[in-house]
Design a protein around this ligand. Structure first.
Ligand code: MTE
Length: 320
């Protein structure tokens, strides 16, 4: 995040897809095979892309209407071309480089303070869950935001599947480590692999979501295929991508950014417009792709879901 900050609307005009087109494509997908057959050949070829991703037949999933947005969903092409994925480089325009990510096979390890450590293939894990679509805001500590249609399942379901022991206080999540595949992992000043963590209360909160898809299809590589976290009340760096391991621990995990610069990035990282980051005011945010600046909301507007978790912890540094 210590990189040149370009604005969303600096991206080439041809990358922008009008939202009505994004949604007419979704409607076609919902319409099933006969609707797909009506797509032009180029669009059908694009859809065959998902055959090499986990369980493409499960998308699109039914939307859970409980989670409402106060703004338009960011157009898919805008979102696909403005990402942070430091394993592949420090640019926001990392979509192409991140295609080097190999997602077949992909195995998830569950270990630490659990009844029985286990490994499970990504397809098997996803098929054990019920996928749903959720519309979430996404707020980066760099003071930009998007709104995304994720598909996935509550992290609480994965915690239940893992069967943690009573001694487990935190879930630590780890990204793959493969410097040959991901050139950014050769940059030695990053303490790879990317790690993030949540308390058990946070991990089992209804809002904590494991995304395996977005915009009605499996997760693109630049978004952290095949499985990532989405915790929308926290700054985006907590939402770790391309997870290979969930470890249940009794000590607070130190995330990668926290290890690099503890005075700027902390464990809690809850969104708070009143507490500036040393380099970015958090009062407002740039809504990527719109040219709009909006006031930032406490907990990114999700206080009704999560504020109770932090009752009695007022003295803690929960805002970075
Ligand atoms: N996870 C991994 N493994 N590597 C990363 O570089 N970047 C984080 C987070 N998860 C990152 C990561 C940051 S800083 C942000 S803002 C979000 O992913 C960006 O997610 P997006 O590219 O889907 O918007």
């Amino acid at each position: 995040m210590n990189i040149i900050h370009r604005r969303g609307w600096d991206m080439p005009e041809h990358l922008a897809t009008p939202e009505h087109l994004v949604f007419s494509r979704r409607a076609l997908l919902v319409g099933g095979a006969s609707a797909l057959a009506m797509l032009p050949a180029a669009a059908r070829a694009a859809d065959s892309k998902w055959q090499h991703y986990p369980v493409p037949d499960l998308y699109p999933a039914k939307r859970n209407d409980k989670f409402k947005l106060d703004r338009a969903i960011t157009a898919e092409k805008i979102n696909d071309n403005y990402n942070n994925f430091y394993e592949f480089g420090t640019s926001k325009y990392i979509a192409e480089a991140s295609q080097a990510l190999k997602i077949e096979p992909w195995t998830i390890k569950i270990d630490g303070l659990v009844e029985k450590p286990q490994e499970i293939g990504i397809d098997d894990l996803i098929r054990k869950m019920t996928l749903e679509e959720r519309l979430y805001r996404h707020r980066c500590v760099e003071a930009w935001s998007m709104a995304i249609a994720w598909t996935g399942f509550p992290l609480a379901k994965l915690v239940a599947f893992a069967r943690p022991l009573g001694a487990a206080k935190f879930v630590q999540m780890t990204t793959f480590m493969d410097p040959k595949m991901a050139p950014g992992q050769n940059l030695s000043w990053f303490p790879w692999p990317y790690i993030e963590g949540l308390t058990m209360a946070e991990a089992t909160n209804d809002l904590a979501f494991i995304a395996t898809g977005c915009y009605g299809h499996p997760l693109d590589k630049q978004h952290g295929a095949p499985i990532r976290l989405a915790v929308p009340w926290k700054y985006g760096f907590k939402s770790i991508k391309s997870i290979v391991r969930f470890t249940f621990v009794d000590k607070q995990p130190a995330g990668m950014w926290q290890k690099i610069q503890p005075s700027e990035y902390g464990f809690w990282a809850n969104v708070n417009p009143q507490v500036p980051h040393p380099r970015w005011s958090q009062a407002t945010e740039e809504v990527i792709g719109t040219g709009e600046r909006r006031p930032t909301l406490l907990f990114n507007g999700y206080g009704e879901y999560v504020a109770d978790i932090y009752k009695g912890m007022e003295g803690h540094q929960m805002w970075m």
